[in-house]
Design a protein around this ligand. Structure first.
Ligand code: AMP
Ligand code: GLY
Length: 418
């Protein structure tokens, strides 16, 4: 099987890394890829993942059998629909099903229609009605932009001026939801679906705030752990019964199939699990912590998905613990510099530490250079979280480029409860 992974982030590096260890692959390509994926696959830097024609022509040229779509943008752009129309298999939902992520209004109405527990919310498309609702609101509320916003479309606040400004800005060219603020703790559950059946992977948690002790602005995610010590078997069974099963039944009733990864972002409240969001793809940086724990041959797993034989696939999951620390560029998630030379990258055995690159490149002297806000995902593995954390931080402290920073407390709030 020849595989093409679309994307250039640390998530896609992790996906390509798993495929590179498969015994059944005869070719592995990443488009556009980064300086990390070039060591394990052939990068196709000129292929634009959101441009169907460019992806299809690469598939024909390299005789690709399986396209793995990493990020959300190509899904929302309908690249999977176009690949399928061209007779090329793609792992990822069609454009209609990807609306579960791409439109917060659609996903909220889906949740309501199928009785999936979620926060109370109201939708607004005009400024006056929105302003009235904010004036009347008490305490913290959440505003969500309808369309994709790369992690920047949600504000939780009790400051009416801040809420009004954020909402008015969105309403210039989009609609929004004003949502009840839920308290509890967050976890994310991923299900791989082949269109006929699904499997649930070990639960993950990501750490969205930029700085230690959950301070500072929201980011795409500064670290992650897998599994989550506080998600018991009973809680996972409850999440499956209340959220996962009604979702897949709802999808069927809506008359489409879902083939791809479905991500359930949950808040565990004292009234039980509530669904905050769906994503139509693997989470970043959850995937970087999760994938090293999948023991099954990754190529065989996705070959089974392609053949819709997931129900009989013997998925093997390691009983290790995994902890991922993101190394970010100074200033992220605000303004930050790109093109910094990476002076030091540690090397470890990959059963202890794996380092995934995000949007890195090479300069004229072949140095690795940064290319984004979140530059590396450093993943430590161990028999328990103390060991996983120790390895992750030994390595994270060694990665060096100008003004780099990382959180020093990834996972801690979960271990302290142990
Ligand atoms: P979303 O994109 O909907 O997952 O929102 C991004 C983040 O905002 C979530 O991971 C939560 O940390 C926070 N959030 C979203 N909705 C709520 C809510 N109703 N109550 C509290 N926090 C929320
Ligand atoms: N880490 C959250 C996400 O991938 O959406």
């Amino acid at each position: 099987m020849k595989v093409l992974v679309l994307g250039s982030g640390a998530r896609e590096h992790a996906i390509a890394w798993k495929f590179s260890k498969s015994n059944i692959l005869s070719g592995l390509y990443v488009a556009p890829g980064n300086a990390g994926t070039e060591d394990i696959a052939e990068n196709l830097p000129d292929v634009d993942p959101c441009d169907s024609a460019s992806v299809i022509s690469a598939c024909r040229k390299y005789k690709i059998d399986f396209v793995f779509v990493g990020p959300e943008a190509p899904l929302a752009a309908g690249v999977v629909d176009d690949l399928e129309a061209a007779g090329i298999y793609a792992f990822g939902p069609c454009k209609k099903a990807a609306q579960l992520e791409a439109s917060k209004l659609y996903s909220k109405s889906f949740m309501k229609k199928y009785g999936i527990p979620t926060a109370y919310s109201e939708e607004f498309d005009n400024v006056e009605a929105f302003e009235k609702a904010i004036e009347k609101s008490e305490g913290k509320v959440v505003i969500k932009k309808n369309g994709l916003a790369a992690g920047k479309g949600v504000l939780e606040s009790d400051d009416k001026q801040e809420l009004l400004e954020f909402g008015r800005n969105i309403l210039k060219d989009d609609t929004l939801l004003v949502e009840e603020f839920l308290t509890g703790w967050e976890t994310s559950v991923f299900a791989i679906s082949d269109g006929k059946s699904y499997v649930i992977l070990p639960p993950c948690a990501d750490f969205k705030k930029a700085y230690d002790k959950d301070q500072g602005p929201n980011t795409g995610g500064m670290g992650s752990i897998c599994p989550v010590p506080t998600v018991s078997k009973d809680l996972l069974a409850e999440i499956e019964k209340e959220v996962v099963i009604p979702t897949f039944e709802g999808i069927k009733k809506e008359g489409y199939t879902y083939k791809g990864l479905l991500y359930f972002g949950l808040m565990i409240t004292d009234r039980g699990p509530k669904l905050l969001e769906y994503n139509a793809r693997f989470g970043d940086p959850e995937t970087q912590a999760l994938l090293p724990l999948i023991d099954s041959d990754f190529g065989s797993l996705f070959d089974a998905v392609r053949k819709q034989e997931l129900a009989s696939f013997p998925l093997e999951i390691s009983n290790k613990c995994s902890l991922c620390v993101v190394i970010a560029a100074g200033g992220y998630p605000g303004k930050y510099a790109k093109g910094n030379v990476v002076h030091y990258m540690p090397l470890f055995r990959d059963d202890l530490v794996v380092i995934f690159h995000a949007s890195t490149g090479r300069d004229m002297d072949n140095n690795i250079i940064t290319g984004g806000g979140r530059c590396f995902s450093v993943v430590g593995l161990g028999k328990d979280f103390a060991e996983a954390s120790k390895y992750a931080y030994i390595a994270a402290d060694e990665v060096y480029f100008k003004d780099c920073f990382h959180r020093s407390d990834i996972g801690k709030k979960f271990f302290e409860e142990l």
